[in-house]
Design a protein around this ligand. Structure first.
Ligand code: AMP
Length: 279
């Protein structure tokens, strides 16, 4: 497995591989890798000839300086896990390499970044747009793999590719969970033992909600989910929304024939967890 730190070197290397007809699959990450990330590597291994992963904790997508400071960093272990998973190339640039100067671009994602994560984390998706566009420019992948764990991010990245007219196929991959249902996340490492014990209630409640769409109206179901999770004194729901899976617009009933997704953000102490369920 090759570890590359500069844009010049990765671009040059990929050009050579593309010249010999290789299909490039790309998995962007912020490191602190777990089985969720590795499932994306496996998907890339299956659907491309060369799997490239990036590890870069992107400062522009953090709206909270403490979150950036506390974000887990496990670089040596990440490289071991990537190598074992069959990754071919790791791109691990420095901050200065990705942002030699302030990038002032702003993206018009329409309504996609006005709701849910966009509403509660101002500037987050613009930062995601900045780094994904820079990584795509450097790696020039044919396909890029993103987790549905970050459901809204997938919608925003699809829009970004349209806006920039980039020829990258965005491939969403299913959420990988712990055996107790908690969605795997790098931030789970930051949970206290008590919060970790409480956290599976989030998905348990989402799964229950999925079974209640025949008996409850949208607003009733939203209240049910929020109340049930908030009943646990260690958890606090920031939002729970039922949205159209493509436009992310809030839905008012369950019978509009579209894919509906329940998206949630919950504070477990000072750790913010997100999850979703496709109805
Ligand atoms: P991150 O390192 O958190 O930026 O995540 C990198 C990629 O891994 C993103 O596409 C995430 O959506 C994806 N990812 C994170 N957690 C999971 C999970 N539990 N299951 C599947 N994909 C995930």
């Amino acid at each position: 497995m090759l570890v590359i730190k500069t844009i010049e070197e990765i671009s040059h290397h990929i050009q050579g591989l593309k010249g010999s007809g290789k299909v490039i699959g790309f998995v962007p990450t912020m490191g602190a890798l777990h089985q969720g990330h590795l499932s994306l590597i496996q998907a890339a291994n299956r659907q491309a000839d060369i799997t490239v992963a990036s590890i870069f904790v992107n400062p522009t997508q953090f709206n909270n300086p403490d979150d950036l400071k506390n974000y887990p960093r496990t670089f040596t272990r990440d490289l071991e896990l990537l190598e074992k998973a069959g990754c071919d190339i790791v791109f691990a640039p420095s901050e200065n390499e990705m942002y030699p100067k302030k990038d002032e671009r702003t993206f018009d994602f329409g309504e996609l970044d006005k709701v849910m994560e966009g509403e509660h984390r101002p500037g987050h998706f613009n930062g995601v747009g900045l780094i994904v566009s820079k990584l795509f420019d450097a790696v020039q992948p044919h396909k890029a793999f993103f987790g549905e764990k970050d459901f809204q991010q997938v919608a925003v990245v699809k829009k970004l590719v349209q806006l920039l007219n980039q020829n990258v196929e965005i491939i969403p991959c299913p959420t990988i969970r712990e055996s107790d249902g908690l969605a795997m996340s790098s931030r789970n490492k930051l949970l206290s033992p008590q919060h970790r014990k409480a956290a599976p209630i989030i998905y348990e409640t989402l799964a229950q909600a999925k079974l209640l769409t025949n008996t409850m109206a949208v607003n009733e179901l939203k209240t049910f989910v929020k109340d049930k999770i908030n009943q646990h004194k260690l958890l606090k729901v920031e939002y729970f929304e039922l949205v159209n899976g493509t436009t992310l617009e809030a839905v008012s009933d369950f019978n509009n024939g579209k894919v509906i997704v329940g998206c949630i953000a919950v504070w477990a102490g000072n750790v913010r967890l997100i999850d979703n369920i496709i109805f």
